[in-house]
Design a protein around this ligand. Structure first.
Ligand SMILES: Cc1cc2nc3c(=O)[nH]c(=O)nc-3n(C[C@H](O)[C@H](O)[C@H](O)COP(=O)(O)OP(=O)(O)OC[C@H]3O[C@@H](n4cnc5c(N)ncnc54)[C@H](O)[C@@H]3O)c2cc1C
Length: 385
């Protein structure tokens, strides 16, 4: 077994990405600020997860707004993350997008609209496993579950690709500060936007990293102490994901198993072969440790973590050969799932032009909640004009 590498960029970005350039998308038409049309408002979005991407998508529909997205990682997606190796792609964070029970409309519009060409539905249902290992069909009635044909990171990729936003990857934000005419962005490293965007003042700034990270960005910002403290107080569960590749198929009557007892070391076991386009043959198992198991293994090397996870899967499914994968990949999500949400009154009282979005703002650690939060933040920015 050997370590895998994060793949390049998916969807539109693969076609456009030039290795060594960290500006992955500057809009099709406007490569530099001097060539952009006059704008009345400049908006900075920190974080290119699905919330930040949805906000950029919503803002695209407003005239005279120029959007710059600052993303610390090398590609958009955030926790909707995909990796690739050889001819295999696999989702290492969120597994699929589903419709919310209440108010599905806006997510449906995206799925049937800008995301339609990129999405595939997962083939198979989620069954349950209980504390003693009993596996049953559970309550999944076959509601659609979507991922990208080349991975779930297509969600953010595609939404951003519909915009003229400047998307600067490897552009971690260290903090923000009130400036004469709005907000200034302080970067960790050099400006990757291609036109010194960080030197500009932005009329609005939208922060989408997980609560505790957002709190750090608000240190010293006048009027934001309440928001900062509330963001810092959001509790998260950590999850370690193990992806294990096998050259032989794993024949099972379900796509995934969820531990409904919340007492087992693995909380989730899923088969990437049920996602059209992800692998040509064999299987990739996605094994997500429970928060407790993930914490207990947090200091152990990837190989040890993967050995334990695959042994647990082999025992649960009664397939001893699962202990011997072709290769493994391990991803540790410190801020995986928020346990609570930001009180609306706190977000409402943020200083003028300062906004937050994300699953932790929505109070539900799901893709659809993060997307809706981003759409809402985009709408609030438009309304402030
Ligand atoms: C293991 C796992 C499994 C999951 N499974 C599912 C599932 O099956 N279905 C589902 O609906 N949801 C699932 N979720 C939850 C889902 O992934 C999240 O709710 C959603 O992705 C949150 O999106 P977001 O945009 O709010 O935040 P994020 O995805 O965290 O995006 C924040 C972005 O900000 C960037 N950032 C952070 N700090 C900085 C900085 N200082 N400067 C610049 N950029 C910064 C990050 O790199 C990231 O790209 C899962 C999550 C995990 C971890």
């Amino acid at each position: 077994m050997e370590a895998t590498r994060a793949r390049g960029l998916s969807g539109f970005a693969t076609a456009r990405f030039n290795p060594g350039r960290r500006l992955i998308h500057a809009g099709a038409l406007f490569p530099a600020s001097t060539e952009r049309p006059a704008v009345t408002r400049r908006v900075a979005i920190v974080g290119a997860g699905v919330a930040g991407a949805a906000a950029a998508y919503r803002l695209q529909r407003a005239v005279d707004v120029a959007v710059t997205v600052f993303e610390s990682r090398s590609q958009p997606g955030g926790r909707a993350a995909t990796r690739s190796r050889e001819d295999t792609v696999y989702d290492v964070g969120a597994n699929y997008l589903s419709l919310p029970d209440e108010d599905p409309g806006r997510i449906e519009q995206l799925v049937e609209g800008p995301l339609a060409d990129d999405l595939v539905t997962v083939d198979g249902r989620v069954w349950t496993v209980d504390a003693d290992g009993t596996i049953e069909p559970g309550r999944d009635e076959g509601e659609p579950k979507w991922t990208g044909a080349r991975g779930i990171d297509a969600l953010a990729d595609r939404l951003l690709a519909t915009t003229d936003a400047i998307v600067a990857c490897e552009s971690g934000v260290r903090g923000i500060a009130a400036a004469d005419a709005g907000w200034a962005i302080q970067l960790d490293g050099t400006d990757q936007t291609g036109h010194s965007a960080a030197a500009e003042a932005f009329d609005d700034v939208l922060l989408t990293p997980p609560g505790p990270t957002t709190a750090g960005l608000l240190d010293g910002v006048a009027g934001a102490a309440r928001l900062r403290d509330a963001a810092a107080a959001i509790d998260y569960r950590s999850i370690t994901t193990v992806a294990a590749r096998y050259d032989r198929p794993l024949d099972l009557p379900y796509y995934a198993l969820v531990d409904v007892s919340k007492s087992r070391p693995l909380g989730w076991l899923a088969r990437e072969s049920c996602k059209p386009g992800h692998l040509p043959d064999g299987e990739v198992l996605i094994l997500q440790g429970s928060p407790e198991w993930s914490r207990e293994h947090s200091e152990e090397p990837d190989r040890t973590v993967a050995d334990d996870a695959t042994a647990l899967a082999a025992a649960l499914l009664d397939r001893p050969w699962l202990t011997d994968p072709d290769w493994i990949d391990v991803v540790r999500w410190r801020h995986a799932l928020a346990d609570d949400g930001l009180p609306a009154a706190v977000a409402d009282r943020a200083p003028e032009g300062l906004h937050v979005a994300g699953d932790w703002v929505a109070g539900e650690p799901r893709l659809h909640a993060a997307i809706r939060s981003g759409l809402d933040a985009g709408a609030a920015i438009v309304e402030r004009q």
